[in-house]
Design a protein around this ligand. Structure first.
Ligand code: GDP
Ligand code: MN
Length: 392
């Protein structure tokens, strides 16, 4: 999880529409039949778009312009219930549970616009490019001067003159430029009102008759602000999220899935970072970042270890607990509880320090689990890499 909740394109477009931004007529369909019906209402032509929390759908076969209800039905039949793999997903892809069926747009020009937070500027920045449709990373690499940036003074907001300047920079003029500038202003209000980390439209199009329409829509909402937005929380689609990360989030455990095979249980984010570095340096690649927190109970430790053990990549577990507020005996009981529940047999390398250390060690030693105790993190990492090479 990158600290933000993603919205589906159709959800973001509903918000766009509420702010007066033109979007194509569209219908969400959950079955091939619904897809065919929607296309029929648009005169037998339309575009069918997989609704997933990932970009790059066009290149991955998740978007298709169709010229009959039957063609749309067949495309939806292949897509619905499948996993879509794009350059922004992992190899498993993300499930397609619904498609957005839209009336065809008359594309004159495709542009890119986005609003995001800029760390250097310490505020929002508007990014735009006349080279829309393609990924902005590609434009940044091949043609950086084609990217327009406009830093926003947070106290003032995105000013009308800035919107006009960007619209002109995108090559718009006359009523098109006026409409473009209005859309940029609306995107900024959406970004602020919903406490987003990103609002992106790629492509924003100019139609044959000079209208401006948002053909795609992306909104990422800051996790830490979600408690203020009950309406946005309703839009969460857990099926799109990494399932272990979603479970961790439900239990207030900071967890990020990684590529390695060493499951890591740590208390404290800083210690967790250091643990990953030392494990990596020893050649024992971590399967996750996990901070169980300072005041964790036995049950919460068990939940955290359960999440670690649910990851099929995990072949060994590293415990690095500094027992201050979280006592070592509490951590040990939680670990044993989870291993027993999961009938897990992976070797454990444990480095614990602090309150009730002896009791914690005793609980683990008596548990029948395959435990190696070490005094330092470096020794723990060495034990892990030895374990990894012993198993090939
Ligand atoms: P993404 O690939 O996940 O960013 O999905 P997009 O929503 O951007 O769609 C990919 C591409 O499909 C766009 O860049 C357009 O070229 C094309 N597309 C989407 N809607 C239409 C439409 O109504 N008409 C036409 N001709 N092409 C469309
Ligand atoms: Mn797009």
């Amino acid at each position: 999880m990158d600290g933000a909740m993603k919205l589906h394109e159709y959800q973001a477009k509903q918000i766009f529409a509420a702010y007066g931004i033109p979007i194509p007529n569209g219908t969400v369909a959950r079955t091939p039949t619904e897809t065919a019906e929607a296309i029929a209402t648009y005169g037998g032509r339309g575009v069918v778009k997989a609704q997933v929390h990932a970009g790059g759908r066009g290149l991955a076969g998740g978007v298709k312009v169709v010229s009959s209800a039957q063609e749309g039905e067949e495309f939806a039949a292949g897509l619905l219930g499948s996993q879509l793999v794009t350059h922004q997903t992992d190899a498993n892809g993300v499930p397609v549970d619904q498609v957005l069926v839209e009336e065809l747009a008359d594309i004159g020009a495709e542009m890119y616009v986005a609003i995001t937070m800029d760390r250097n500027h310490r505020g929002p920045v508007l990014i735009a490019s006349a080279a829309g449709g393609m990924s902005i990373e590609e434009v940044a690499a091949s043609n950086p001067e084609a990217i327009i940036t406009e830093a926003v003074e947070p106290g003032l907001g995105l000013m009308p003159y800035q919107c006009r300047r960007v619209a002109a920079g995108l090559g718009m003029s006359g009523t098109t430029a006026r409409q473009g500038a209005e859309i940029l202003g609306a995107l900024y209000r959406i970004f602020i009102d919903n406490e987003c980390s990103l609002v992106e439209v790629n492509p924003l199009i100019v139609t044959g008759d000079g209208g401006v329409v948002a053909l795609d829509a992306k909104m990422d909402v800051e996790d830490d602000a979600l408690f203020r937005h009950a309406d946005l929380r309703e839009l969460r689609d857990r099926a799109q999220e990494d399932q272990l990360e979603a479970r961790a989030a439900d239990d207030d455990i900071a967890y990020v899935s990684l590529d390695g095979s060493v499951g890591c249980l740590v208390n404290g984010a800083g210690l967790a970072m250091a643990t990953l570095d030392v494990a990596n340096a020893a050649g024992a690649a971590p399967a996750n970042f996990l901070d169980v927190g300072g005041g964790a109970t036995e049950e919460k430790v068990a939940t955290a270890v359960g999440i670690i053990l649910s990851d099929p990549k995990v072949s060994q577990v590293l415990v690095n607990i500094f027992g201050g507020i979280l006592r070592c005996d509490v951590a040990a009981r939680g670990i044993v509880m989870a291993f027993e529940e999961h009938h897990a047999t992976q070797p454990l390398v444990v480095r614990m320090l602090g309150t009730n250390l002896d009791e914690g060690k005793e609980i683990l030693a008596q548990s029948g689990l395959n435990v190696t105790f070490t005094d330092t993190l470096t020794e723990a990492a060495t034990a892990l890499s030895a374990g990894a090479s012993a198993r090939g």
